[in-house]
Design a binder for this molecule. Structure first.
Ligand SMILES: NC(=O)C1=CN([C@@H]2O[C@H](COP(=O)(O)OP(=O)(O)OC[C@H]3O[C@@H](n4cnc5c(N)ncnc54)[C@H](OP(=O)(O)O)[C@@H]3O)[C@@H](O)[C@H]2O)C=CC1
Ligand SMILES: Cc1cn([C@H]2C[C@H](O)[C@@H](COP(=O)(O)OP(=O)(O)O[C@H]3O[C@@H](C)C(=O)[C@@H](O)[C@H]3O)O2)c(=O)[nH]c1=O
Ligand SMILES: [Mg+2]
Length: 286
């Protein structure tokens, strides 16, 4: 896509964006450090883009608890500065956010306007980023997604493949339910949205939920990984209380993805098919 500027280059979603839209400009840490929001806005103005996607974030959920200042700069202040620069230039911005803006109560899928109540620093700073982007006064969309995986970077699939190769038995939380989402499908959905926003100024914006289907527990996800990768490790269900972490995770991460289907014709992808493609890619790598 011509005139597209992406913040992020090495992340899971950024790499899939690069695969689908190699002609776009990608800014890594060297081109725009998100701990310096003014520098991000400056780099954006200099690039003279026609549209912007922010795919960079501080995603280390537990580390954020003891590094909240950095997490806030990267997840809240930098996206806010980007959106303000986009508003000045009159160009649309698409920002990516997370299911961790919710507290995970109940057992129903949440719509975009459901009350937010993050449980930790990562979620709180991502929520502040959404609010800054929305308040910047330009044309914007926020895609909230969940449980991202790909052949690149650090993610649950790669962790499980590593552990599954070493052990006969894995214990994985079974009371957190959400939608695992292939990064490639996020990238495709983002490109579809930002292209429409660029070409049709009357395109609706706002917050959109996008997650893979069907909803599953992390333990279910792990079992599917073991099955598809032909690893023999047994996956035993445990409650979250048996897997203590510095940051609490939401138990109910189900996202109602109806709005993105209605406005953009984007359906929830089946994550099991996405997993098969990721395992193929990982095989080719070795
Ligand atoms: N991963 C997940 O499970 C989920 C992610 N999301 C959201 O999706 C989006 C994309 O996530 P994903 O692709 O998984 O992220 P990754 O963790 O794979 O990548 C994060 C990217 O952000 C970059 N980054 C971090 N800090 C800085 C900084 N100070 N300056 C410049 N770049 C920086 C990283 O660069 P470097 O490699 O140099 O560190 C990396 O390219 C994010 O907004 C995230 O919050 C939402 C739900 C789930
Ligand atoms: C490695 C391991 C993890 N777990 C649990 C911990 C956690 O609840 C769950 C997933 O582990 P992770 O470390 O991938 O979780 P986490 O890094 O919190 O994943 C989150 O990242 C951020 C960026 C998001 O935005 C979220 O949507 C979500 O994907 O599995 C086990 O139960 N057993 C294990 O052996
Ligand atoms: Mg993680």
């Amino acid at each position: 896509m011509q005139g597209l500027l992406v913040f992020g280059r090495t992340g899971q979603v950024a790499r899939e964006l690069a695969a689908l839209a190699p002609e776009a400009t990608f800014l890594g840490r060297d081109g725009a450090d998100l701990t310096d929001p003014a520098a991000c806005a400056g780099a954006l103005r200099e690039a003279r883009p026609r549209a912007v996607i922010n795919a960079a974030a501080y995603t280390a959920v537990d580390r954020a608890e003891t590094d909240p200042d950095t997490a806030r700069l990267v997840n809240a202040d930098a996206p806010t500065a980007m959106a303000q620069a986009c508003a000045e230039l009159g160009i649309p911005v698409l920002h990516i956010s997370t299911d961790y803006v919710f507290d995970g109560s109940g057992d129903q899928a949440r719509a975009e306007d459901a009350p937010t109540a993050p449980l930790g620093v990562y979620g709180a700073t991502k929520l502040a980023g959404e609010q800054g982007v929305a308040a910047a006064g330009g044309r914007w969309a926020v895609m909230r997604t969940s449980w991202v995986f790909s052949a690149h970077g650090a993610n649950f699939v790669k962790t499980m493949l590593r552990l599954g190769a070493d052990r006969d038995r894995l214990t994985v939380v079974a009371d957190q339910i959400g939608g695992p989402t292939p990064a490639a499908d996020i990238a495709a959905a983002c490109l579809r949205m930002i292209r429409l926003m660029r070409d049709r100024p009357d395109t609706t914006g706002g917050i959109y939920h996008f997650a893979g289907a069907p909803d599953a527990s992390w333990a279910d996800f792990a079992r599917e990984i073991m099955a598809q990768a032909s690893l023999g490790a047994q996956v035993a269900d445990i409650p979250s209380s048996d897997y203590p972490t510095p940051a609490a995770r939401p138990l109910n991460s189900r996202l109602d993805c109806g709005r993105i289907a209605r406005d953009f014709g984007i359906a929830r992808p089946d994550w099991r098919a996405g997993l098969a493609r990721v395992l193929d890619q990982l095989k080719d790598k070795t």
